[in-house]
Design a protein around this ligand. Sequence first.
Ligand SMILES: C[S@@+](CC[C@H](N)C(=O)[O-])C[C@H]1O[C@@H](n2cnc3c(N)ncnc32)[C@H](O)[C@@H]1O
Length: 223
Amino acid sequence: MANSESARMNKAEYWDERYQSADDPPPREWHLGYDQLEGYLQEHVYPHWPADASIMHPGAGSSHLPLEMRKRGGYTNITCAEFSPAVIAQMQPLDPDIKWLQCDVRDMSASGVGSDSFDVVFDKACFEALCGWGPKHLLKEIPDVIVMDTRRYSQEAYRILKPGGWFVIITVFEARYVHHLLKCEGTNWEDVHAPKALSADGWMQTRSFCLRKPANQTTQNND
Ligand SMILES: C[S@@+](CC[C@H](N)C(=O)[O-])C[C@H]1O[C@@H](n2cnc3c(N)ncnc32)[C@H](O)[C@@H]1O
């Protein structure tokens, strides 16, 4: 991917163009789909969260993961957060029981998302978009804009989670980048489990990370 394209990935206009382009028609599933993730979900996520847990999918895009988590996982309280109106218009009609919120995940308070309001924030490849995707996992020096964007995102995920809530990240980035960028100031993430490999070894290996907001920590008082 060209550097100029990668630099635009933190802009809604870039994603609107992509979702409206005939060259890249939806549905588009990044990394793994529900079938490949189901084993991980059933072993490591579902047993911990009841069907009425409030789940936020930041940067949900045209993934069918939230639809399948509702249909096959039985979850009834799913919110997809997106800043691309084009993909919201495409996806919203597919399941009227899923809520869609047009917002920037770097500042969800601007769209009225309250502190301590979700049990789980479940990210699949939204983190990458904030990192400009690309082979950034090979970079020795991470550009300031990526450090800033991912810090704001991590702080927002932390703010909107209830005490004890989970931040699950499905990504191809290595642990040293994920931890370096997301375990930032203004957060106090704990690891729920060590990173798990979800696909075959290689430079595009998909992994899951699971972070927890400590159970004794609320952010409501800081609003
Ligand atoms: C790489 S795609 C992943 C889509 C989907 N989660 C999947 O796994 O197939 C990244 C998505 O995040 C959205 N996105 C990127 N930055 C965002 C931001 N700051 N706020 C809200 N959505 C964002 C994009 O519009 C895009 O749909």
